[in-house]
Design a binder for this molecule. Structure first.
Ligand code: ADP
Ligand code: MG
Ligand code: MG
Length: 248
């Protein structure tokens, strides 16, 4: 589904990704863990097409298309969703307005009929219930005054409404308390665990992986994947730390 081959990328002329290779098949959840500054967020931004991140070598294929050739909105319409560590606030625009615009813009780009008001509302209510987010929160301006946990749950509601085929989630667990972690983890499973979908879960900690069980765990260090294993690798990292595991 997602094939990243020898990816090199830089910011302001500074190389950050240095030959990253990774393949995620449909039905798989891959976790990427790694020390601070390893390039995890950079990978997410490059996949999303954020300006300022320059790919200097390598390729990324998504669902048979050259991902790097697509504009960010085309990537989203092709089924790619990005969840960010620091969700943006959009004063003056309600979540409901924003989400309806977003889902229908993507549907239009795919040549699909827009969701009617009723269809959209049904979907929004269903996903809000799944993430245990009060519908009143969705009527408020996007993320304005939301707690860290509310932002993350709102972002997962957004993911549920957009119904992507592939999600790249960057530290979705940061700032979540124990209960929110469980809700968000179960939400990710409900929305994304499917034989047709794939997930790249970027995380510092193994705790989210107790809920979203990864098929593979990769360690990213200095811009490359330096080690790959199964869910046990995450447990080992938690117990021993990056230095020890990477040296082994
Ligand atoms: P991680 O998410 O793994 O903690 P990042 O991808 O955020 O790592 O950062 C990787 C490296 O890129 C770090 O050394 C960081 O300082 C650098 N970096 C990130 N963003 C920028 C930027 N906008 N300008 C310059 N350097 C950056
Ligand atoms: Mg970081
Ligand atoms: Mg990061």
């Amino acid at each position: 589904m997602l094939k990243i081959d020898n990816l090199h990328a830089e910011i302001d002329g500074k190389p950050i990704l240095k030959g990253l290779t990774l393949e995620v098949n449909a039905g798989e959840v891959h976790a990427i863990m790694g020390p601070n500054g390893a390039g995890k967020s950079t990978l997410a931004y490059v996949l999303g097409g954020r300006p300022g991140y320059e790919v200097t070598e390598g390729s990324v294929t998504f669902a048979g298309k050259d991902l790097l050739d697509l504009e960010p909105h085309e990537r989203a319409a092709a089924g790619l969703f990005l969840g960010f560590q620091y969700p943006v606030e959009i004063p003056g625009v309600s979540n409901v307005q924003f989400l309806r615009e977003a889902v229908n813009a993507q549907r239009e780009e795919r040549g699909e009929e827009p969701l009617t008001g009723g269809e959209f509302l049904k979907r929004a209510k269903e996903k809000a219930a799944l993430l245990q987010l009060d519908m009143d929160m969705l009527k408020r301006h996007v993320n304005v005054g939301f707690s860290g946990g509310e932002k993350k749950r709102a972002e997962m509601v957004q993911m549920g409404i957009l119904d992507p085929s592939f999600a790249v989630l960057d530290e979705t667990d940061s700032g979540l308390d124990i209960d929110a972690l469980k809700t968000v983890g179960e939400g990710i499973n409900a929305i994304m665990r499917s034989p047709e979908k794939g997930v790249l879960l970027i995380t510092h900690y193994q705790r989210l992986l107790d809920y979203v069980r990864p098929d593979y765990v990769h360690i990213l260090a200095d811009g490359r994947i330096v080690k790959t294993g199964d869910a046990d690798l995450a447990k080992q990292l938690e117990a021993e730390g990056y230095d020890e595991v990477m040296a082994a």
